[in-house]
Design a protein around this ligand. Structure first.
Ligand SMILES: [Zn+2]
Length: 328
């Protein structure tokens, strides 16, 4: 037997072997899911964990309606991307050593029938995969009340994070938690969208209600240290009370941008492009440039809610433009 095998040229033996493979040995079907979406790094003594809630494809022209086709094509091809571009939905978990702080909560799988949110809602699974339980979260800080940032606050009518104090800027939440202001907004809405406006404000109020009922909600006036090492930074524009957070430990600083940037591939190069998501586009542009310049000048870490996961990196300034350097 040994003599016979050795006299066969290798190529013929391989051909015979392939012919006699058992039937049904076809390629395995593609699985198509990603690995758990968490990314860990240290910032001084603080442990920072980026948590991915999902990735949703957006046509760039929809997100940046005033970008020229050339700007879009050039920027995307520079990054090896093509439309529609996958937009990450990220949140951040910070363990300061004495407090576990969650900044934004993902969609919670809510509004999953809407194309802008379909497929998100994975934050809780990724938080657990990262080694934490929702009961361990001590503090929740909200950048703003986009559904991809506050949807995960509840499951049903219950708090997802039963031991956490929820904090948000007063200017962001007054519009739906203050009944007079909510009523005024509904009254001011055009007839055609009044019912939608009312449903939206009720949806938001419902997310905060169980925390308020449990005495676990506090609003703040901006630019305030919330726990040692984390302070709020008013960056209004994307929404009326949009808030970024500055995290500092042992001389290292991270700015949590929230929604100051949506399409990193284009908006670092062209920070003056407004997005279709901004309530006050001009104010949002001012805040975007201010944050980019601050991060570039000081070499701060930056985290973006919609930058490609983990959405953490540095910013470089280059003659009126900026460049994104993702974390290794
Ligand atoms: Zn967002």
């Amino acid at each position: 037997m040994r003599i016979v095998r050795s006299t066969f040229p290798t190529v013929i033996r391989l051909a015979v072997a392939v012919c006699f493979l058992p039937p049904g040995h076809a390629a395995a079907p593609p699985v198509k899911t990603q690995s758990p979406g968490f990314y860990r790094m240290m910032l001084g003594d603080f442990e920072v964990t980026a948590l991915n809630d999902g990735v949703v494809a957006w046509p760039t022209a929809t997100a940046l309606p005033s970008a020229t086709p050339e700007q879009i094509t050039n920027c995307l091809s520079e990054m090896g991307l093509s439309d529609p571009v996958g937009m990450s939905y990220n949140a951040l978990l910070i363990n300061t050593g004495s407090k576990l702080v969650l900044i934004d909560t993902g969609t919670g799988g809510k509004l999953d029938d809407s194309p802008g949110f379909h497929g998100a809602g994975r934050l809780l699974a990724n938080l657990r995969a990262a080694g934490y339980q929702p009961e361990q979260v001590d503090e929740i800080y909200i950048t703003h009340v986009g559904p991809d940032h506050v949807g995960g606050l509840t499951h049903g009518t219950e708090r997802t994070f039963p031991n956490a104090i929820l904090r948000a800027a007063k200017s962001e939440v007054d519009g739906f938690l203050n009944s007079d202001k909510a009523a005024a907004q509904i009254a001011a809405a055009p007839d055609t969208v009044r019912a939608q406006a009312k449903a939206w404000l009720q949806f938001l109020a419902g997310l905060f209600a169980p925390y308020i009922k449990a005495g676990k909600f506090e609003s703040f006036d901006e630019d305030l240290e919330l726990v040692p090492g984390i302070r709020a930074l008013a960056t209004h524009g994307h929404t009326p009370g949009h808030t970024s957070y500055v995290v500092e430990s042992r001389g290292q600083t991270l700015i949590v941008l929230g929604d100051l940037v949506h399409v990193g591939a284009v908006q670092f190069a062209y920070p003056s492009l407004p997005t279709s998501f901004d309530a006050d586009p001009d104010a949002a542009i001012v805040q975007r440039k201010r944050a980019f310049q601050l991060a570039a000048d000081k070499d701060y870490w930056v985290a973006g809610a919609h930058l490609s996961f983990p959405g953490i990196g540095h910013v470089r300034a280059e003659q009126g433009h900026y460049r994104w350097i993702p974390v290794n």
